[in-house]
Design a protein around this ligand. Structure first.
Ligand SMILES: Cc1cc2nc3c(=O)[nH]c(=O)nc-3n(C[C@H](O)[C@H](O)[C@H](O)COP(=O)(O)OP(=O)(O)OC[C@H]3O[C@@H](n4cnc5c(N)ncnc54)[C@H](O)[C@@H]3O)c2cc1C
Length: 335
């Protein structure tokens, strides 16, 4: 079972399942299930990136853990369960060849009977001094209900001007003493739905700070201060706050998929019932309904952040990884 840096696929036999991701969240769950079901000829392809982020909210790690630590643990687990790992290779294309599903790496490819797409999203990064160090320690990209609860009674800052930022501000305002929405432009009208603007502007605990930017963050182990600059006057104010949530956009890494795999207008992969319900029924080729995480190409599944309306959390990505293997097993029973 070889694995290592800068290594191409061995492809001595056709694997039953192929996952496209790095080692992160989904593939640990996938690999656990591979060997018992299909033997050791299952492969996971991915490229390696700098993993500096801190996961502060993942069940079983009460003190949090770094993404690199999580990746190393996943690698050890993947290896123990016998999956072949192809590192430092970008998958650049996908093809259906009859019932065979193939991914392409430049001059080489791997064929399999099923494929799980888990290539995640790229978050647009906020350029502010000190941000990388405090990421996961008071500074978060995105927020869900559990993080909102941690801010009870505190001042919270949210960066962003689209619906995701507006929804987060309203959600956080249920717990926080005060929420400040930091917006670069002079209006929300062009980027946010009017019902959200109406709720935000009528909330006594939400303040919108227009024409403003977070330029720096500081803290010792956890966020303590932000520097917010007025874009018109150039004046910078230091604000005491332990929470900063950033919603400035995320795009799914799906440009390598061909036209056969249906995505929404932002590039997120459409799966399961959404394929039939969201205006794509003509793209589903079989008489049976698609399985829950199945894409418009039978036998190709999507798990984790890359999927439309996913939760953008480790636990859900891992859960969907495990679920997609179960569904692959059911799919293999149909061919
Ligand atoms: C700063 C930050 C902090 C976060 N903190 C938390 C937290 O505390 N708790 C929590 O639950 N969630 C947190 N999240 C969210 C969590 O990281 C994601 O929800 C989770 O990692 C999604 O897993 P995934 O497997 O879908 O995608 P990813 O973990 O993004 O993995 C996808 C992998 O696929 C690789 N890849 C992409 N394209 C290709 C290609 N063409 N060929 C080969 N490989 C490719 C990528 O390099 C990447 O490594 C955080 C996210 C960020 C950005």
């Amino acid at each position: 079972m070889p694995h290592g840096w800068y290594q191409g696929p061995s492809v001595m036999t056709k694997p039953s399942i192929l996952t496209v991701d790095d080692v992160p969240q989904v593939s640990a769950a996938v690999a656990r299930d591979l060997r018992s079901r299909y033997g050791p000829s299952s492969e996971s392809c991915g490229r390696r990136r700098a993993l500096k982020h801190w996961k502060s909210n993942y069940l079983g790690f009460p003190k949090g853990l770094s993404s690199s630590d999580l990746t190393q643990r996943a690698m050890a687990q993947v290896s123990r369960f016998g999956a072949e790992v192809v590192l430092a290779n970008d998958v650049v294309g996908f093809e259906s060849r009859g019932q065979v599903r193939a991914v392409l790496f430049g001059s080489r490819d791997i064929e399999a009977r099923a494929l799980i797409i888990a290539t995640g999203v790229s978050y647009r990064r906020l350029e502010a001094e000190g941000l990388e160090t405090l990421s996961g320690r008071g500074v978060y990209y995105g927020a869900n209900a559990s993080e909102a609860g941690q801010c009870e009674g505190d001042d919270v800052n949210v960066v962003g001007a689209a619906n995701s930022a507006g929804q987060a501000a309203l959600n956080l305002a249920r717990f926080a003493k005060r929420v400040v929405l930091v917006v670069r432009s002079g209006t929300l009208e062009a980027t946010m739905s009017s019902y959200l603007i109406q709720r935000i502007t009528s909330s006594p605990t939400i303040e919108v700070r227009y024409r403003s930017e977070v330029r720096a963050v500081r803290g010792d182990g956890h966020l303590k201060f932000l520097e917010i600059t007025d874009r018109d006057t150039g004046l910078t104010e230091e604000v005491a706050s332990s929470w900063l949530f950033i919603f400035i956009g995320a795009s799914p890494r799906t440009s390598w998929l061909g036209d056969d795999v249906v995505r929404d207008s932002r590039g997120f992969v459409v799966t399961g019932h959404d394929l039939l319900n969201a205006g794509h029924p003509q793209r589903w080729p079989l008489t049976r309904a698609p399985f829950a995480l199945e894409t418009s190409v039978p036998g190709v599944f999507a798990a984790g952040d890359v999927q439309l309306d996913s939760m953008k959390r480790v636990a859900s990505a891992v859960g969907e990884g495990a679920m997609s293997v179960y569904l692959v097993h059911r799919y293999l029973g149909t061919i």
